[in-house]
Write a protein that binds this ligand. Structure first.
Ligand SMILES: C[S@@+](CC[C@H](N)C(=O)[O-])C[C@H]1O[C@@H](n2cnc3c(N)ncnc32)[C@H](O)[C@@H]1O
Length: 422
């Protein structure tokens, strides 16, 4: 099918426009709700129809000129053509749809979305890829590398680091691989490289030179399939937890993308968890973005995380801030207490995109008064909350957060309480 006209019904959670046509729904990049469009180069992908291009015939009033010249090729910011309000509404609608079947404590429970003041220059980390001399961001839906010299959503420190690695390191990167840029000690960049290729000595020499000059704080390189990474300088990420405490991350580990929204999200988690004097179980705790704030208020915190790098950082972060928690390096399921005497008042969980399916039944068995779920994927959040609801929990509060402006990603915080206490 070559091309077909239709109207955009809404935006899918991966960012594509959902276009209603006489042949059925077609998914295509670059549309906004309500727009009349022509989708071109339409192909069947499994059960879906996908188009490679979308031509706008009647633009929406919410359409804006994208600020980045690479937007069509890069795919990292698929909603840059929408106003801030249009992006917020699309994200809110996605979460609303995903939670449609979750019972609410009352009809007053409604979903708002919080947006940041900084819609650009917010990201505290960048994931780059290189191959065949190109170094940049991965295109959407294929393996191409978009060779960008600037990225408008990166914080200025990282945008400068992107220019630096292109100028100094790119020529020495053999084969293909991935590189993460983050912010380390003194606000300087850290570079984390992972590749199956064997990097030439010149690449290490360049990294050593940049660390010695103080242009970057540190680098970690895992090359040639080596199980031990080479460390140069201090490659640990340095960031702030939800209450502004300075904390270290694990090398190459997870951290939230947007400081302003992270603080707003954390404030909601703490307000809804009511951890003061409570026994708290925190699953998927990472290096402590939420843990320190919980530990500062709770009677006890058991914090569970799979990554040993993250729990090592968490132990350090707790010690530096003179706070205490029981830190367990384990799969979340193994960290849920099962003994009758081990009471838990509050559960906070912040799983990866795949959600927390395995732990929902064990969490329900704890009969905690509050379960606060932080999610980066509305679909798995909806699935898991529906399951929790089968154990008598209802949705008492919910809020979405635009942690990743210009993209389709949305974070959500949901408070579930036992129906009897609603
Ligand atoms: C979305 S991050 C949240 C981290 C932390 N709460 C924060 O705000 O930075 C999810 C975390 O879950 C961890 N994780 C992934 N799978 C896990 C599992 N099966 N059991 C425990 N932790 C897991 C990851 O290593 C990551 O640190």
């Amino acid at each position: 099918m070559k091309s077909i006209e239709g109207r955009v019904r809404g935006l899918a959670k991966d960012g594509d426009a959902v276009v209603e046509t006489e042949r059925g729904l077609v998914f295509a990049p670059g549309g906004l709700p309500g727009e009349r469009v022509r989708v071109e180069d339409v192909r069947k992908e499994g059960k879906l129809l996908r188009a490679r291009r979308l031509v706008v015939l009647e633009p929406s009033a919410s359409r804006v000129e994208p600020a980045c010249a690479h937007v069509a090729r890069c795919g990292g910011c698929p909603w840059m053509h929408g106003s801030a309000e249009a992006q917020a509404e699309a994200k809110r609608a996605t979460v609303e749809r995903a939670l449609a079947k979750v019972p609410r404590a009352s009809s007053a429970v409604s979903l708002a979305i919080t947006q940041p003041t900084a819609m650009f220059a917010y990201r505290g980390r960048a994931r780059l890829a290189w191959k065949g001399g190109a170094l940049g961001l991965r295109a959407r839906r294929d393996e191409r590398i978009v060779d960008v010299e600037r990225c408008l959503v990166l914080r200025p420190e990282l945008d400068a680091a992107l220019a630096l690695v292109r100028a100094r390191l790119r020529a020495h990167l053999s084969g293909s691989g991935e590189m993460q840029l983050a912010i380390g000690a003194g606000g300087r960049a850290v570079i984390v490289i992972e590749t199956d290729a064997v990097l030439p000595r010149a690449a290490f020499a360049e990294l050593e030179a940049m660390v010695a000059e103080g242009t970057v704080a540190g680098a970690s390189v895992r090359a040639g399939g080596a199980s031990v990474a080479t460390r140069i300088g201090d490659p640990r990420e340095v960031g702030r937890d939800v209450e502004g405490r300075v904390i270290h991350g694990a090398i190459g580990g997870f951290s939230q993308a947007h400081d302003e929204i992270n603080a707003a999200l954390g404030a909601r988690v703490i307000a809804w968890a009511e951890p003061q004097g409570a026994r708290v179980l925190e699953l998927y705790c990472g290096h402590g973005n939420l843990t320190l704030a919980l530990a500062a208020r709770a009677a006890s915190v058991r914090a569970v995380e799979l990554s040993s790098g993250a729990t090592e950082a968490l132990r350090e972060n707790l010690a530096v801030h003179d706070l205490r928690a029981e830190v367990i390096t384990a799969d979340a399921l193994a960290g849920v207490p099962t003994g009758k005497k081990e009471r838990v008042d509050v559960v906070v969980l912040d799983p990866p995109r795949t959600g927390a399916k395995e732990v929902i039944d064990p969490i329900a068995a704890l009969r905690a008064a509050r379960v606060v779920y932080v999610s980066c994927d509305p679909a798995t959040l909806g699935r898991d909350l529906e399951r929790l609801a089968t154990h008598g929990y209802v949705l008492a509060r919910v809020e979405a957060f635009d942690m990743f402006p210009q993209t389709a990603h949305v974070e959500t915080v949901a408070l579930m309480i036992p129906r009897a206490s609603s």
